[in-house]
Design a binder for this molecule. Structure first.
Ligand code: ZN
Length: 267
């Protein structure tokens, strides 16, 4: 598997190799081809930076950090994950629908949304759902934060969840699904397991519910992890229909810890 570390190693081998090749090729010509050398070195460095940057948006490649995007199971079990909540209006609707279907889900909470929604979080846990960490601010600049700042955000969200529920979550969903070297460094030697998805619903984009449902059903397979958002009106309105369709397809919705066979809580 190509990881950032290996990729950097290859780059560091190729870079002096390229310059040695330029030097040898220029032997006997009476001078070093500075312009060509600068262009070739520039292209190589740009390629290295460009690929490293692009891979941050493909978390399932495990390029920058190990990320789970699907469970390994032969059983027709899938997990539904809700990001960006809790929301005082829509999350309770979603909890009722989940209860009706006997489905247990995972809620990746934004720490900044927890104040005032403590009872909602307790209700979530009491009804068998799992909390996950989805940063504290979910800032649009999150991907530019330093590793220390990212870690501080995650610890703060952990602290709030732990204060409310007595439990510290292990599952972490990177905001925007971006996993870069700073995120990787923030997670290193900590208890968090990064979890993304293999089915993205795009439910935040005011979509056609039938299209979304069919897209999810088409891509559904044993171990799938579906990304939804509990702060959207769409999800609150159409979850019932979606869960019925998933059940009709013979799939059972289970929380992440049972799908992945990993602990949901630290300690
Ligand atoms: Zn999010």
């Amino acid at each position: 598997m190509l990881t950032f570390r290996r990729f950097t190693l290859i780059f560091l081998i190729i870079l002096p190799g390229l310059n040695l090749w330029i030097l040898l090729a220029a032997r006997g010509t009476g001078g070093f081809p500075l312009c060509q050398a600068l262009v070739l070195n520039g292209l190589l460095v740009a390629g290295y930076l460009g690929i490293s940057f692009a891979m941050a948006f493909l978390p399932c490649s495990n390029f920058h950090h190990p990320v789970i995007c699907r469970g390994r199971t032969g059983e027709k079990s899938v997990s539904i994950t809700f990001d960006d909540g809790p929301d005082p209006v829509k999350t309770p609707v979603i909890l009722e629908v989940l209860k009706k279907h006997g489905a247990r889900a995972t809620f990746f909470c934004i720490g900044g949304n927890l104040a005032g929604n403590e009872t909602l979080l307790k209700k979530m846990i009491a009804e068998g759902h799992l909390p996950g960490n989805h940063s504290f601010s979910h800032s649009r600049w999150f991907d530019l934060f330093s590793a220390d700042k990212i870690r501080a955000e995650l610890l703060e969200t952990d602290r709030m969840i732990s204060e409310i529920t007595g439990k510290t979550p292990c599952f972490f969903r990177p905001p925007f699904g971006v996993v870069n070297p700073m995120v990787s460094r923030a997670l290193k030697n900590m208890h968090w397991q990064a979890v993304c998805w293999d089915i993205r619903s795009f439910d935040t984009m005011n979509p056609d519910p039938q299209k979304i449902k069919h897209k999810i059903l088409r891509r559904l397979q044993p171990g799938s992890i579906i990304l939804l958002h509990d702060a959207t009106t769409f999800t609150a309105h159409h979850l019932d229909e979606l869960l019925s369709a998933i059940a009709d397809a013979g799939y059972k919705v289970v929380p992440l810890d049972s799908l992945l066979k990993l602990p949901a809580y630290a300690g």
